[in-house]
Each structure stands twice: as C-alpha cells, then as structure tokens.
Design a protein around this ligand. Structure first.
Ligand SMILES: Nc1ncnc2c1ncn2[C@@H]1O[C@H](COP(=O)(O)OP(=O)(O)O)[C@@H](O)[C@H]1O
Ligand SMILES: [Mg+2]
Length: 625
C-alpha cells in the first residue's frame, strides 16, 4: 500500500482528543437522557396534579355558590310569601321585608312584580349612595335589564349579570311564586352584589375563581371589574347536567391558562377556576432550567476531568515513546516513571524491565565480542608465531652448530672464546623462544594421562626452592589428599606452574620478600581448580587485558620475553581447561588454572571461561583467557 502515506494532509486526531470526545459524548448522552426522562415524568405528574387541582377548586367553588344561591332563592321565596300574606298588616310586612336586607348579604334592591307591574320596591340607599348613584338613576338603570318573567319556572332561580358601574357590579336574581287559582304569580326580583356575598376561593393567590351566568357573563369574581364590565367568557364549553367538571387549556390576554369549570346546579350558573400556565408549571420550568445548568456544569466538569486524565495518560505514552527511541539508539539506561498501578503503570513497569534486560544482554554481547576478538587475536598470533618459528628453527640450529664447531677449534687462550660463549648463550635463548612459540601454537603432541596434581606441585616446589629462597619468597602449598586425578601432561603442567610462580617471584623480588600460595580445590562440575596467588603489586586493569598476548611484557629487555603466559594459555587450552586472573593493584594477583578431572568426559565442552564462576574469590578484576 503506497497510497496511504501519500494521502493529502490527513487530519491527525490525537489520543487525548479521542478520549475527550468519547467522554463528552457519553456524558452528554447520559445527562440528556436523565434530564429528558426526569422532565417528562415530572411534567406528566405535574400536569395531572394541576388539572386535578383546577377541577377540584372549580367544584369546590360550585358547591359554595350552590349553598349561597339556594339561600338567596329561599329569601326571595320568603319575601314573595310575606308580600302575598293577607294576614300580615302593611307596617309589619315592610318590617319583615326590610329584615331580609340584614339577613341577605349584598342585597341592594328588592322588587315584586305582579302581572308585569312592579307592586313593591325596597332599595338600600346606603349602598347606592356609597357607590355615588342616585336612587332615580339606579332605578332607571336596573329597569333597563328586562327580565323574561314568563320563562322563569317555579322552583328555579334566574341569575343574570346586570352591572351598574364599577362600584356596583350587580346581578339580578329572580323567582316565581305561584298563587292560588285565578291569581297571577308573583315575581320577586333581587338586585344583589354577588362579588361581596360569595367569597369564591378568595384565599387562593394562584387561582382566579369566578361564577358565570347562563350567558357566560361573569357574575362573581375576585376582581370586581371583571363583573362590572360584564365580561363574557367565550370559551365556555357546553356543560351537560351530568358532568361535574371539566378542565381546558384557555387563553386570557395572550397568556395561556388552565381553566376548570363546574356546574353549580342552580340558576344555570357555573363556577370556574383558572390559573396561568406559567404559575402552574413554575416549579417544572425552574426544575428544567436547574437541570440544564446542572447538565452544563457536569459537561464542563467531565471535560476538565477527562482532559486532565487524558493528559496524564498521554504523557506516560509519550515518555514511553521517547524511551523506546532512546533504546533504539543504544541508550539502555532510560527508565520511565511508573505513574500508577493501572495498565499504564504495568506497561511502564514491563518497559523498564525490558530496558534493563536489554541492557544486560547488550553488556554480555559486548563482553563476548571482546573475548572473541581476544581469542581470534591469540589464534592469529599462534599461527604467525608457528610459521616464523618453523622458518627460524632450522637456520638457528645450523648457526648454533657452527658456533660450537668454531669455538672448539679455537685455542684455549683465544680472546674470541668469550665472544663465542656469548654467541652460544644468545643463540640458545633464541631457540628457547622458538620452542616456546611452538608450544603456544600447539606444535607439540600432547599425550594426556591421569596425573596427581600433588606430585606435580611437589616437584615444582623442589626445583624452585633454591631460586625462591634467594629472594626471600616463601612458597606455601595446600593440596587436599583426596583431590581427584586430572588429565594432562605432567611436564607441561609443571611448566605452567613454574611460569606462574616465577612471574610472582619477579613481581615481588624488588621488595625483598613475599609469599606465593598454591592451592587446589575440587569443583562439582568435573573440574579441579589450582590457584597460584601472590601478595605482590598486582596487575593494572589495562595490563590485565593483554598479559596473555605473546610477546607482551612489562619487564625490561633481556629480562622478559612476554611468552610465559601465552604459552601457559596454550597449554591450558590444549588440556581442555582454562586460566583466569584476578588481580587488584597493591593487593596481589591470583591465577586460577582449571583442569578437567581424569574421569570426566572431555566432550562436555563446558568451557569455564564462558560461565563466570560465582564461587571464585574476587579480590579485584577477573580476566579469563
Ligand atoms: N604475578 C604477577 N604479578 C604482577 N605482574 C605479573 C604477574 N604475572 C604476570 N605479570 C605481568 O604479565 C606480563 C606477562 O608475563 P609473561 O607472559 O610471563 O611474560 P614475561 O614474564 O616474560 O614478562 C609480565 O610482564 C607482567 O607485567
Ligand atoms: Mg614470565
């Protein structure tokens, strides 16, 4: 797929943004679901409650109005009876009729008609005067509201709005009183202020409670002006006598209302209650607004929290990225902070572990590489040395023979004798070097046999005893009696021992005293360790790296050839063993020779140099060859 990376500027959506977005989506969904469900439930509940309440208030108002109006009806009937009673004399009749005014609240005028003609008029002048209306104008005005006497039936009450002025929001009520046969019925008409007499639900501040007549005109209302203006409610539903109450959504002055209407059951009147929707659903609205604010707050909080969280998380990720890049460049020392105990923390932890493991492997690899280079170098030296030795060995033998022959033919007092002696000695030295080189390059055949290290050590000690005592060097040996036999050539092992002990002696001879310890110990991996330790000056680190190289020496010319340890190395290699060095400057040097036990199988190629020996004493650095 070559196309993908070449696509024109793809938008890079960061991890942080993705987290933020998903958190916001989830929070928004959850919050809006909760808000929506709550609002719906609350709305349904509240609507039912408000409708119930409106209907209840209207029913209650209706029953109150019913009580009042039946009382009016009774008073009017009583008034008719009093007027009609023949046994009551004029003055007492007047008194009885006037008494009605005190018993009937809000009654302003009382008229009695017979055959369409007014036969009696009583008027509460106090009320008309208080309203600033003269008796005459009051009478002419109320006379204008004609009453359909014929349609009023016995036992029913006629009620109509007949307002005079804003101060007198009056209504007309009337009853028919039947009389004995042949006489026309009496019509008793009262003019009454129903606003004053019926205190419909005045205690409620939220509800408007009112009473309307058959025409739909308000006859009683908390706000008297609505009666005096003869306001007519257009929305009134036709209400059958069976239905007790109903609730409707209406409108007044552009404001939506919830209205309830109930039959009073007298005079065709109806009681109503209305409440503005804004008032009825105030709690619902404020709940909604609160919910919206809460939701917004939650959203902001979620955004902040998820941003912080995402930042933290991506910070760890970018740390990991940087660390991985550093490791890629070979810097294994990086460690990332473990931020928490969650998966991120686990990732950081395993990353750190991986880094340190890689570090370890890198170190091991480098060491192995160095060892490989070293042994390659040795092999090259060996080959080179063997070639040179071969070429030089025979001419050297010839030279030596010629020197011996020539010196023998010289007379005893010849001054050349001394020169020839030196020539012979130096040629011998050359031959020794050549022999050693050949030994290092494995030119000699090894005939391995089981040998006791104890004997080899004892022989070596005997040979070197004199030499060592000259320089006040003590040689201590500690070889366990039950040490198993090893495989090898006694001569070569003796040479190895001599090389090591003489090196130790040479290192300490300038000081004038010293100790060399030769110890042996059996290992449980089929090998035996033989160590040669001195308390001399030790070998500096840089020198340690090179001591096994052929011709490497720190000694003055003529004193050291630099072949001792190279030969030792070659012998140990040929024995299937190894040699290690541990040395610390100022504290001494210890060479450890590792031999294969006589009984053990040589094929097990457990080359000791490859596995660092944890039991080996480590006074300082350890070098193995
Ligand atoms: N026991 C020792 N103490 C200090 N230095 C030593 C010891 N053994 C070996 N060396 C160092 O290792 C070098 C190489 O030793 P070797 O191969 O025997 O060559 P040579 O003895 O001819 O110098 C020596 O020159 C010396 O610097
Ligand atoms: Mg030496």
């Amino acid at each position: 797929m070559r196309g993908a990376p070449n696509m024109p500027s793809q938008i890079r959506v960061t991890f942080r943004f993705k987290i933020l977005l998903s958190v916001l989506i989830v929070v928004t969904t959850v919050v809006s679901l909760i808000t929506f469900t709550m609002a719906r439930m609350f709305h349904a509940d509240k609507v039912a409650y408000v409708e119930d309440l409106v209907s209840l208030v209207s029913v209650h108002a209706a029953s109150e109005a019913n009580l009042r109006l039946s009382a009016y009806q009774d008073q009017l009937v009583t008034a008719g009876r009093v007027q009609d009673a023949s046994n009551i004399l004029g003055e007492r009749r007047d008194e009885a009729l006037w008494n009605l005014f005190t018993r009937t609240r809000g009654l302003v005028a009382l008229r009695v008609f017979e055959d369409g003609k007014m036969v009696r008029l009583l008027l509460d002048s106090l009320a008309t005067n208080a309203a600033g209306v003269s008796r005459a104008s009051f009478l002419t005005t109320i006379a204008r509201y004609t009453i359909p006497f014929d349609s009023i039936e016995v036992g029913t009450l006629y009620v109509r709005n007949s307002a005079l002025s804003s101060l007198l929001p009056l209504s007309t009520i009337a009853v028919r009183i039947p009389r004995a046969a042949g006489r026309p019925p009496l019509m008793v008409v009262g003019t009454v202020d129903l606003n004053r007499s019926i205190a419909l639900g005045r205690s409620s501040r939220a509800f408007d409670v009112f009473l309307v007549d058959v025409d739909g005109r308000i006859v009683s209302h908390g706000d008297a002006r609505r009666t005096s203006s003869r306001e007519r409610l257009a929305w009134l539903p036709p209400l059958g006598p069976g239905s007790l109450a109903m609730v409707k959504e209406t409108e007044r002055g552009g404001k939506p209302m919830i209205s309830g209407i109930a039959n009073v059951g007298i005079g065709g009147l109806r009681a109503g209650a209305e409440i503005p929707k804004s008032v009825a659903y105030f709690a619902l609205r404020s709940l909604l607004i609160n919910l919206i604010f809460l939701a917004l707050g939650l959203l902001v909080a979620a955004a902040v929290v998820s941003l912080i969280w995402a930042t933290q998380m991506t910070r760890s990720l970018s740390q990991l990225t940087h660390a991985a890049q550093a490791i890629g460049q070979g810097n294994f020392d990086v460690q990332v902070a473990v931020p928490s105990r969650d998966e991120m923390g686990q990732l950081a932890g395993s990353f750190n572990q991986m880094a340190s493991e890689l570090h370890g492997r890198d170190r091991a690899l480098k060491e192995a590489q160095a060892q490989l280079i070293q042994s390659e170098k040795m092999a090259a030296f060996g080959q080179l040395g063997a070639g040179i030795a071969h070429e030089v060995k025979n001419p050297l033998a010839g030279i030596q023979g010629m020197i011996q022959l020539t010196s023998r033919s010289l007379s005893a007092d010849s001054p050349l004798l001394e020169t020839f002696a030196i020539l012979e000695k130096e040629t011998k030295r050359c031959r020794t070097i050549i022999d050693n080189l050949l030994k290092f390059a494995r030119q000699e055949n090894l005939e391995p046999e089981p040998i006791a290290l104890e004997e080899v050590v004892a022989d070596t000690k005997a040979i070197l005893h004199h030499e060592l005592s000259l320089h006040k060097i003590t040689l201590e040996t500690a070889i366990p009696k039950n040490l198993p036999l090893i495989r090898g050539s006694p001569n070569q092992i003796q040479q190895v021992l001599m090389n090591l002990i003489l090196n130790a002696e040479q290192a300490m001879e300038s000081r004038g005293h010293g100790t060399v310890e030769v110890k042996a110990a059996q290992r449980d991996d089929g090998f035996v360790d033989l160590s040669v330790q001195d308390d001399g000056p030790g070998i500096p680190r840089a020198v340690q790296a090179r001591i096994f190289e052929p011709f490497f020496t720190t000694k003055p010319a003529g004193k050291g050839t630099g072949l001792g340890l190279a030969v030792t190395f070659g012998i140990m290699r040929d024995h299937g063993g190894a040699i290690h060095v541990q040395s610390e400057e100022g504290r001494g040097t210890k060479f450890i020779l590792r031999f294969r036990m006589a009984g053990s199988h040589p094929a097990t190629d457990a080359h000791p140099t490859k596995t660092p020996d944890p039991e080996a004493p480590t006074p300082g650095d350890e070098r193995a060859a």
